[in-house]
Design a protein around this ligand. Sequence first.
Ligand code: ADE
Length: 233
Amino acid sequence: MRIDIISAVPQLLESPFSHSILKRAQDKGLLHIQVHNLRDYTPYSHKQIDDYPYGGGAGMVLMPEPLARAIESLKAQRAYDEIIFLTPDGEPFTQAVANRLSLKQTLMLICGHYKGIDERIREHFVTMELSIGDYVISGGELAAAVVTDAVARLIPGVLNDETSALSDSFQDQLLSPPVYTRPADFRGWKVPEILLSGDHEKIARWRYEKALERTRQRRPQLLSHSEDPEKTT
Ligand code: ADE
């Protein structure tokens, strides 16, 4: 998969993709991430990329020309499966959306800043708008990093143990069950006996029940969005 990210503050994205799983994915050739500085595409003096909003009001708006040039320059090099704008008024980014995007070959992510981007770019270039949650962060960069991480780890071959993505929270509309590691007795706090039993069927059943219990307690609305999970076992 190739992910191109257009940003007015590319420095914010220097580190998140250079470690751990995303670094390994790039080293293996399964993922290529390229960050592009919006200021490299502006025709205006002083590398200007933003201006005051028509009609007045607080905050600056990213101008259409630099964004259009950046997008068109990338589109001239390859076709994009989705051109995604990160924005708090976008579609909520969920595990289901991450699953769908992980099957794509080429994604372009556009990070907003200030008060937003000129609406005409959204109308004429953007194919998908995503929000990472009902709060506002200073720009789209951290949101782009979240989307990139969540999508990239689902690309086949990226995780060493492929089943570990299958047991993630939300993958079946269920939160993950509790996990434990050594020692079996830590300050008198014991690991549940069943996990030490070696009975894999019983352990799987216990994990499923704990996941269900945790989801019912913490996020019951997740269960109402899926089929009755009791019936799926
Ligand atoms: N930019 C600012 N806030 C955002 C959010 N919640 N999701 C995506 N992009 C954003």
